[in-house]
Design a protein. Sequence first.
Length: 382
Amino acid sequence: MEAALWDLVENARWFGGRGREPRLLGVRPLEPVADVRSLLVDVGYADGQQETYHVPVVESERPALVEAVDDGLKLWEAFTAGSPDLVLLGTGPAPTAARRFAGEQSNTNVFFDNGTLLKVLRRVEPGGDIEAEVLGALKGSGAAPELYGTWKHGDVGLGILVEALADPHDGYDMAVEHASADRSFAEHAHALGVGLATVHQRLRESLGTGTTDPTRLAATFTSRYAAAAASVEQLRPFGDRTERTFGALAGVTVPTQRIHGDCHLGQTLFSAGRWRYVDFEGEPMKTVPERRELDSPLRDVAGMLRSFEYAAEAGAADADWLAGARRAFTAGYGLEEPTRDPLLTAYELDKAIYEAVYEARFRPHLLDVPLSGIDALLGSAG
Ligand SMILES: Nc1ncnc2c1ncn2[C@@H]1O[C@H](COP(=O)(O)OP(=O)(O)O)[C@@H](O)[C@H]1O
Ligand SMILES: O=P(O)(O)O[C@H]1O[C@H](CO)[C@@H](O[C@H]2O[C@H](CO)[C@@H](O)[C@H](O)[C@H]2O)[C@H](O)[C@H]1O
């Protein structure tokens, strides 16, 4: 059984350990709920790092491994079993059918025919129930799918049950389509700005606010740049200008709060004429405690602005298309004169540096997009 489980994990789309000499350290079975038992699979790597993967299975007499995501109605039964781990928030009709999402995904979505969707989290860790916490704060806002249920063991988030949006369209795909057809995206960008402002207002009200020391923030940005430049040599020529841009933050006031943390067009869905933000797990390369830290909401704004640049590039749009989308988005968000804001410029620069590391690692053919973005940002920052 353990061999079959390890084979499943190693070959799963959501397994992030390929090429890192993974080995199975052990399996921690949780108490079953109805017919569903979560297995926590501990994986070790040659460099000493460890990860835990979540594999819910169906308890059966047969000596076969049946993934619960392939038998979604069993998962729903577990939600109605009265366990403290799987909790339904409110009531609604029970589903009669379930379907596992077949596409590329880092978690596993199971769609039910009662208009709900269970996102089964795969790489799990203590404190990792961030998305449930954030969606809880956004309930009723209309800016994100509604949260219908939570699945956790202690403080290890195992899944979330949310509103399944009807016929959803990915924001990045839509922006690229508009760019390619030379159709303005400004109206959508404006609505996305309004939506992000709503998200931020709710998170401010529910999860607290603070301020951060600009000098410390500049130091964090600078050290992120140094780490990035150590691994991506194409970033090295920007050293002096980057330091000056981050140095310009001295004396700037930086209000902070909980934010999305990995905000870009690919985290937005258009459904029934409305935009929603999804995937509130935070920046994938950060640790869980780092993802919970209060941050400037301008980090999210910067993420979306960078995303418009990617869409413009992919759709071969001209400078006016991009300028129009940026202006409409920031106006919808409620910002004036965003190009003159040194804090927003610093966040855009930090995001572009993050993107350069991401592209160098996963999509080298796109590395020029953040590199030319960095050049332009440093030019405008003087
Ligand atoms: N609330 C939702 N309603 C409908 N479809 C959704 C919803 N959230 C995500 N999806 C769809 O599920 C698929 C996978 O989601 P994605 O966010 O890419 O997963 P992951 O972050 O786990 O890689 C995408 O096709 C996305 O459009
Ligand atoms: O969706 P994820 O949470 O996995 O986010 C990661 O992958 C994104 C790419 O899919 C990456 O986004 C970058 O590429 C997008 C276009 O494909 C672009 O719209 C974004 O602006 C750009 O950052 C994201 O940074 C990464 O965390």
